[in-house]
Design a protein around this ligand. Structure first.
Ligand code: NDP
Length: 453
């Protein structure tokens, strides 16, 4: 039976758009449905507007630094609504670019749902497709503590017309620590409430410690080991130990969940897993061989470049010259905290669990802060497998960390050894040169020996 389309993509975010336009470029007849603005979470309520806000927040620190270099600059007033207006104009421009990227596809600006395994209902029509890609992403989890209706999540923060003075943030994952830095940089009082002893569970311990110190130095009030019990309409926050925090805004960043409700997955016979995620094999296929899922809806590595890589690989495999291979086992990640974090490969704990691991570690005041005496340290760390001398992890907390680690992630994916790093001549004076000049091992980490003792 002929189908209306070779490929129907549900979701016009980073992964869906890449898959659709690459498939169309290979000659496939493609349709894409998006119920919101084109570009999905990353462009509209995620990476892009967040980074613009991070940039806005950095000027207060730059003013502080400038005093050490002879400037008598005053901090001035920040106009949040002007930032939102400028950000909205930029995002509209990007929405247009995303839409134009699908010039060779049929687009539906509506929610799509399955009627049966090959049929989609969208904008009042029923359309059929040989292959269907689910790229609907995720949505912020709404907390379950009392008074959750008084709390905002990340989707809301990008559209607020004013930014109140006292802000309590729940969580210490990517979003929580990024916005803690943004709000503090914009001069707000920030309380960060999180259940772990350090922020950013899963990241290397030295970075987690360094970030907690940096946030405290920035004036962010840390509440480790605590959860929120209740929030009142007046934004008074009660913690699990009974302590209270007077706030004007409460921002919950307790994770994101796949957005699979009401997609008609039962009608399509597509199975779901934990939190409504869609399990897939290495080719992005679901349990229905002609239905695929890419990006955050699979709830594995919830990062834009991974969704793009999966979408591109799938389009090439279905309609193009053949499978495209990506290194998805050593994906670099950045947290745009203040200062930022970037990391690729194994943490010290993960590497040490596999065997003896050489650790190289530097913690220093970067040149920019030496004259201004601003209390902000950079942490840089190499995790080296002792047996092979391969550098299995590179971690950095400090200015430009994401820019530096992007380059180093190529070396890590190529299997560089510590000797390769040592042979490389640095660029002086930079922070990045520390990665090729660390000669003295800080310690040997070996959880396998410790476990046996
Ligand atoms: P994360 O998964 O990063 O963090 C969730 C936070 O919520 C953690 O601190 C977690 O605590 C806490 N938490 C979860 N459940 C509870 C609970 N019941 N009670 C108390 N605390 C709880 O989620 P985010 O919302 O920050 O971000 C979602 C995803 O978006 C990230 O995983 C990331 O993949 C992506 N993202 C990526 C960015 C980037 O690349 N720079 C930026 C922003 C988002 P604990 O640690 O103790 O489990």
């Amino acid at each position: 039976m002929p189908y209306d389309f070779d490929l129907f993509v549900i979701g016009g975010g980073s992964g869906g758009v890449r898959c659709a336009r690459m498939a169309a470029s290979h000659g496939a007849k493609v349709a894409v449905a998006e119920e919101g603005p084109w570009g999905g979470t990353c462009v509209n309520v995620g990476c892009v507007p967040k980074k613009l806000m991070v940039m806005a927040s950095e000027y207060s620190g730059a003013v502080q630094d400038s005093h050490g270099f002879g400037w008598n600059t005053l901090p001035g007033q920040h106009d949040w609504s002007a930032l939102i207006e400028a950000k909205d104009a930029e995002i509209s421009r990007l929405n247009g670019i995303y839409k134009r990227m699908m010039a060779n596809c049929t687009t539906f600006e509506a929610r799509a749902r399955f009627i049966d395994p090959h049929t989609i209902e969208v904008a009042g029509q029923k359309v059929t497709a040989a292959h269907i890609v689910i790229a609907v992403g995720g949505r912020p989890i709404i907390p379950d503590f009392a008074g959750a209706e008084h709390v905002i999540v990340s989707d809301h923060v990008f559209h607020m017309q004013t930014l109140p003075q006292r802000i309590t943030i729940a969580g210490s994952g990517f979003i929580a620590v990024e916005f803690a830095g943004i709000f503090a940089g914009l001069g707000r009082q920030v309380d960060l409430v999180y259940r772990a002893d350090l922020p950013l569970r899963g990241f290397d311990e030295d970075l987690r410690t360094g970030l907690a110190e940096a946030m405290a130095a920035q004036g962010i009030r840390l509440h480790p080991g605590r959860t929120i019990r209740a929030v009142t309409a007046a934004k008074q926050v009660t913690l699990d130990n009974g302590a209270t925090i007077e706030s004007d805004l409460v921002f919950s960043a307790l994770g994101r969940a796949p957005y699979t409700g009401d997609l008609g997955l039962d009608a399509a016979g597509v199975k779901t897993g934990g939190m409504g995620s869609i399990p897939v094999d290495e080719t992005s296929a679901t349990n229905q061989p002609h239905i695929y899922a890419i990006g955050d809806v699979t709830h594995r590595i919830n990062l834009t470049p991974v969704a793009i890589a999966e979408g591109h690989a799938l389009a090439d495999r279905l309609f193009g010259p053949g499978p495209r291979h990506w290194h998805l086992n050593r994906v670099a990640a950045a947290v745009f905290s203040t200062p930022p974090i970037a990391t690729v490969g194994l943490t010290e704990a993960e590497a040490a669990a596999m065997g003896p691991t050489d650790i190289y570690l530097e913690k220093f005041t970067p040149m920019r802060h030496t004259l201004s005496k601003r209390a902000r340290k950079t942490t840089m760390k190499l995790v080296v497998d002792q047996a092979t001398q391969k550098v299995v992890g590179v971690h950095m907390l400090g200015e430009d960390a994401p820019e530096i680690i992007q380059g180093l992630s190529i070396a890590i994916n190529a299997g560089a050894t510590k000797q390769d790093f040592d042979r490389t001549v640095g660029i002086h004076p930079t922070a990045a040169e520390e990665f090729v000049t660390m000669r003295t091992r800080a310690r040997v980490s070996d959880a396998t020996v410790r476990a046996a003792e």
